[in-house]
Design a protein around this ligand. Sequence first.
Ligand SMILES: [Zn+2]
Length: 143
Amino acid sequence: MLQVTATKIFEFAYAHRLPSYRGKCGNLHGHTAKVEITVAGVQGERYPGITADFHEIKDKVGLIVEELDHKCLNEVVGRAACDAPEYFEQVGDEGGALVVAPTAENMVRWFKLRLEREWPEADVVRIRFWESPSSYCEWNRSG
Ligand SMILES: [Zn+2]
C-alpha cells in the first residue's frame, strides 16, 4: 500500500528573548508561530484508509501547544531542558548561568521531546516550526 502521511497545522502566540544574543532578538519580543506535525501512523485500532485521525492529532498536539500559547518560552523551554538536557545545547545568560535559549531549532527539539512523552503511540516523522511566515526549522525522520 502507498505510504501516506497526515499533517496538522497549529498556530499560537508567544514571547521570548535570546539570552546573550547580540542583536534585536536579545530583547523580549513576540511571534505568531505555526507548527506542523506530520504523522506516518498511530499504534492501535484505526479506520481503514486513515493514517492518523486529524481529530486525534488535534487533541494530542493541541494539549502540547497549550503549554506554549501566550507564554514566555524562555521559562517553558528552560524547564524542559532541566528534564532532558541531552536534547538541548545551553548558552550562558547575562548573569553567567547556563540556560536553553528558545530558538526555533530548540522549539523543534521541545516538540519532539513532548510528543515522545505525551503521545508515544504516534509515529511522528516531521516537525516543522515556523517562527515567522518566511522562517522555519525542521526535524524529520529521514534526516
Ligand atoms: Zn524571536
